[in-house]
Design a protein around this ligand. Structure first.
Ligand code: FEO
Length: 166
C-alpha cells in the first residue's frame, strides 16, 4: 500500500499526463489546419502515448489499493504560432513532466517506497527518450527555417511515425 501523500502525488501525475494528451491533440488539430498531415499524425500518436502513461499510473494506484481521484483537465492553448513553436512548446512541456516524474521518484526514495521507486524507473527512462525526440525535431525545424520544401520533407518524416493511434 502506498502512502496518502504518494497516492495524491500520483493522482496529480495522472492529470498531468492527460493534460499532455490534450496539449498534443490541440497541436495535432492545428497541424491539420496548416495542411501538415505528417505533423498532425505525429502529435496524434503522441497524445495516444500520453493517455497510455496516464493509464499506467491509473492501474498502479488501483493495484496498490489506493483511490483514483480524477480532477478537471486544464484547457490547452488554442493556437500556436508555427510548427517550430509547437515543438519548442513540446520540449518545454516534456521538461516539466520530467521534473514532475523526478519529484515522484524523490518522494518514493524519501518514503523508502521501493515498489513505487521501481515502478517509476520506466517513466524516468521514457522521459529521456521523450526529451531527446522533441529536441531532435526542434533542431531539424531550426535548420529548416522558413524553407517550405524543408518543412514538407520534415512533414513526410514525421508522418512515418508508427504508433498505437494508427
Ligand atoms: Fe508522459 Fe510525454 O510524458
Amino acid at each position: 500500500m502506498i502512502s496518502a501523500k504518494m497516492s495524491k502525488a500520483i493522482n496529480e501525475q495522472i492529470n498531468k499526463e492527460l493534460y499532455s494528451a490534450y496539449l498534443y491533440l490541440a497541436m495535432s488539430a492545428q497541424a491539420e489546419e496548416m495542411g501538415l498531415k505528417g505533423f498532425a499524425g505525429w502529435f496524434k500518436i503522441q497524445a495516444g502515448e500520453e493517455t497510455g502513461h496516464a493509464m499506467k499510473f491509473f492501474g498502479y494506484v488501483i493495484e496498490q489499493g489506493a483511490r483514483v481521484k480524477l480532477a478537471a483537465i486544464e484547457q490547452p492553448p488554442a493556437e500556436f504560432k508555427s510548427a517550430a513553436a509547437m515543438f519548442q512548446e513540446t520540449l518545454k512541456h516534456e521538461k516539466t513532466v520530467t521534473a514532475s516524474i523526478h519529484a515522484l521518484a524523490d518522494l518514493a526514495v524519501a518514503e523508502k517506497d521501493h515498489a513505487t521507486n521501481s515502478f517509476l524507473k520506466w517513466f524516468v527512462d521514457e522521459q529521456v527518450e521523450e526529451e531527446a525526440n522533441a529536441q531532435e525535431i526542434v533542431d531539424l525545424l531550426k535548420l529548416a527555417g522558413d524553407a517550405g520544401n524543408a518543412l514538407l520533407f520534415l512533414d513526410a518524416k514525421l508522418g512515418a511515425r508508427k504508433g498505437a493511434a494508427e
